[in-house]
Design a protein around this ligand. Structure first.
Ligand code: ATP
Ligand code: MG
Length: 391
């Protein structure tokens, strides 16, 4: 018999009038991710999104794994279809839930019946199945409050459906419901985590990477594209806007005080990212800044970089320790790639004594002799856009 997948909506259910829009977005995102895995039907009833294979060549196991990475679903269940016959249901439970039954010490059966012509009502069916399971498995006893295993049985028009405890979903809100954002993606640990966190809050992302060839190598750029690839199961397909940054860095080194180099460079990053936001219809910026981590991430330095744009800058890891960031980085599978030893443009021309508490006035003074607007425009006009398909 075939297996289907259920997505139980988490936070979504709470969203009142927005709920419909959120469900639509979740279904659209799920469909896009399922496309390479076969023909699946996707629909929502009473806060549960159903994913049903429509032919034998559908890869349901891969679909299940993919659905665990779709933001918006709190729980994901693999569910076995079976005949609408109480003994067929019992046999299906024993076979399909064998591992969960072996691990459980307490259980209960919950039944739902939308097919009102089925001869037993929900309570009678639960009693029958519960009694049989209790007898068949002496290691496991029935327990109504907080059982280890809840055996769910749903009798619908066409068939019955059985599932055990759900697997955790990705949580959060469906990508896209919060609008579009530009995320500054370096090759480090923090920015992929920051991007993932904001996608989880429903933002759809445009990635921007500053590339300083030949000071940074093609491998360094490949690494960033790989990081974007690692994010796509969560974010959906991505565009990485690769910004040629060498000329700006060289100009800053030539004409500005060395101790302000990093902060001025970061001001240009924000301006260019804001320009990309303008060109892509994005409403905010995202960075992986963490307060106090490096000289350019003091309160004063972050203010100096933030003031060059009126877009809000989300830095979701700002209050996190490196260890906490690393934990998420490992969880999303980015860590091993992030620690590959390629240089980032931030490590090019780093001053020996960067100013820890720069002021806005001194940054502006240092930039007076520069054609800021022209530099930003030239960089933005020469962006290479790399399209990253979903993994
Ligand atoms: P990360 O681990 O994300 O590289 P970091 O601790 O190395 O962060 P910085 O190098 O100071 O910190 O960068 C702070 C933030 O600025 C990054 O998290 C990222 O959002 C952005 N950033 C830095 N370098 C680049 C780059 N080359 N391209 C795009 N964004 C960058
Ligand atoms: Mg970095």
């Amino acid at each position: 018999m075939r297996e289907i997948i259920l997505l139980k909506l988490g936070e979504l259910v709470l969203k009142g009038l927005n709920r419909h829009r959120f469900e639509e977005q979740l279904m659209a995102n799920a469909k896009r991710r399922l496309k390479p895995l076969g023909a699946f039907k996707v629909y929502t009833r009473q806060s549960i999104t159903y994913v049903e294979p429509q032919s034998d060549d559908c890869d349901t196991a891969a679909a299940f794994a993919a659905m665990q990475k779709v933001f918006g679903a709190a729980d994901v269940c693999l569910c076995r279809e079976c005949e609408k016959d109480q003994d067929a249901m019992l046999a299906a439970i024993k076979e399909f839930l064998a591992d969960q039954i072996a691990a459980a010490r307490t259980f209960k059966v919950e039944c739902k019946r939308s097919d009102k012509t089925f001869p037993l009502n929900s309570i009678q069916l639960a009693q029958y199945l519960g009694g049989e399971l209790d007898e068949a498995y002496p290691h496991m006893r029935a327990e109504m409050h907080h059982p280890d295993l809840i055996v769910n049985v749903e009798v619908r028009e066409t068939a019955a459906y059985i599932h055990g405890n759900p697997a955790p979903g990705a949580g959060g809100l469906p990508v896209g419901v919060g609008g579009r954002a530009v995320s500054l993606l370096s090759g480090g640990i923090d920015s992929p985590v920051a991007s993932w966190m904001m996608a989880k809050r429903g933002l759809s992302l445009e990635m921007v990477h500053f590339f300083s060839y030949p000071y940074t190598s093609p491998e360094a750029k490949e690494k960033v594209l790989d990081l974007a690839r690692i994010l796509t199961p969560y974010t959906g397909r991505l565009v990485v806007h690769v910004v040629p940054f060498t000329a700006i860095q060289e100009e800053l080194r030539r004409s500005c005080p060395e101790e302000l180099f990093t902060i001025l460079m970061r001001r240009f990053m924000m301006r260019i990212a804001a320009e990309v936001a303008h060109r892509t219809g994005s409403g905010c910026l995202i960075t992986g800044e963490s307060l106090g981590q490096v000289a350019s991430q003091t309160m004063e330095a972050m203010r100096c970089t933030g003031v060059v744009t009126d877009l809000h800058i989300f830095s979701p890891v700002v209050g996190m320790d490196k260890e906490e960031i690393v934990r998420i980085s490992r969880k999303i599978g980015a860590f091993e790639t992030s620690i590959l030893p390629y240089e980032d443009c931030c490590t090019v021309f780093t001053p020996k004594h960067p100013r820890l508490k720069p002021t806005r006035a001194e940054c502006e003074r240092a930039e007076e002799k520069l054609d800021v607007e022209g530099m930003v425009k030239t960089a933005a006009d020469n962006i290479e856009r790399v399209f990253i398909a979903m993994e």
